[in-house]
Design a protein around this ligand. Structure first.
Ligand SMILES: NC(=O)c1ccc[n+]([C@@H]2O[C@H](COP(=O)([O-])OP(=O)(O)OC[C@H]3O[C@@H](n4cnc5c(N)ncnc54)[C@H](O)[C@@H]3O)[C@@H](O)[C@H]2O)c1
Length: 247
């Protein structure tokens, strides 16, 4: 088992890639905290995994909530060794691509939410003697996108660079930190235009592999970075995008 003895906290684990990651981690021997604002769906993911999983309601924008959930993780499972900052919202449902409200909301969840996770996660992982942090960015954190509020690109670029900051600042604490950059995946719950079939079909033409990714294809990249198999990899990034930004 690739994660035997590890304790992981996965944000946004009630849905999509977060849920796939939590299930894969549990299959590989980890204890997993399913952290999400969606209580019903999060409980369902945790119940399907069984005693190796614990659901915790977490709004990643709420600092006090982060402190409580990290403390509850350590109380329940003994320590924290892996953090996956995966929770996020899309920028493709906005009508006004210059909405200031949307800027604050998207940056709040996708960028500040990750910063707060790092603030509480780094300390808990250092206290347990070290571990691995994986942050979900996107190819939209590296290149610009049509029809998406630029807060999405900016927030995912912030995630990419916060990752490298933690890698540089906390290697001494035994903490590795890397980012994963999915390309075109099953639509997010909050997707707008990018969920429309004709928009998706058009975007396939610029992907060398000519197909969208599957959630498990991202989960396996996260698993590798979370496990000790990647013990000399930090501050790095894996693009899981069918070659989209290799062009
Ligand atoms: N789906 C894609 O095409 C795609 C591509 C690249 C990157 N990503 C990124 O991957 C990650 C996972 O996306 P997904 O496709 O699984 O989307 P999803 O919508 O299925 O899942 C996102 C999860 O985050 C949770 N969430 C949202 N706001 C939250 C908050 N304030 N606090 C806690 N949880 C919150 C949601 O409840 C949901 O469970 C996101 O960070 C997303 O930006 C997605």
């Amino acid at each position: 088992m690739r994660l035997a003895g590890k304790v992981a906290l996965v944000t946004g684990a009630a849905s999509g890639m977060g849920a796939a990651t939590a299930r894969l981690f549990a299959r590989e021997g980890a204890k997993v905290v399913i952290a999400d604002v969606m209580e019903h769906e999060g409980e369902q993911v945790a119940n399907a995994i069984g005693p190796a999983a614990l659901f915790q309601r977490l709004d990643v924008t709420d600092e006090a909530n982060w402190a409580d959930v990290v403390a509850a993780t350590v109380r329940h499972f003994g320590h924290l060794t892996i953090l996956v900052n995966n929770a996020g919202v899309s920028g493709s449902a906005e009508q006004d691509l210059y909405s200031t409200d949307a800027w604050h909301r998207i940056m709040g969840i996708n960028a500040t939410g990750v910063f707060l996770g790092l603030k509480y996660g780094v300390k808990a992982i250092a206290d347990s003697g070290g571990g691995s942090i994986v942050n979900l960015s996107s190819i939209a954190g590296i290149i610009g996108s049509e029809g998406i509020h630029m807060a999405y690109n900016a927030s995912k670029a912030a995630v990419r660079l916060m990752t490298k900051s933690v890698a540089v600042q906390h290697a001494k604490d035994g903490i590795r930190c890397n980012s994963v950059h999915p390309g075109i995946m099953p639509a997010m719950r909050t997707s707008g235009r990018t969920a429309e079939p004709e928009v998706r079909a058009k975007r396939m033409n610029v992907i060398p592999m000519r197909r969208p990714g599957e959630v498990d294809e991202v989960a396996y990249a996260i698993l590798f970075l979370a496990s000790d198999e990647s013990s000399y990899i930090t501050g790095s990034e894996i693009h899981v995008d069918g070659g989209a930004i290799a062009i």
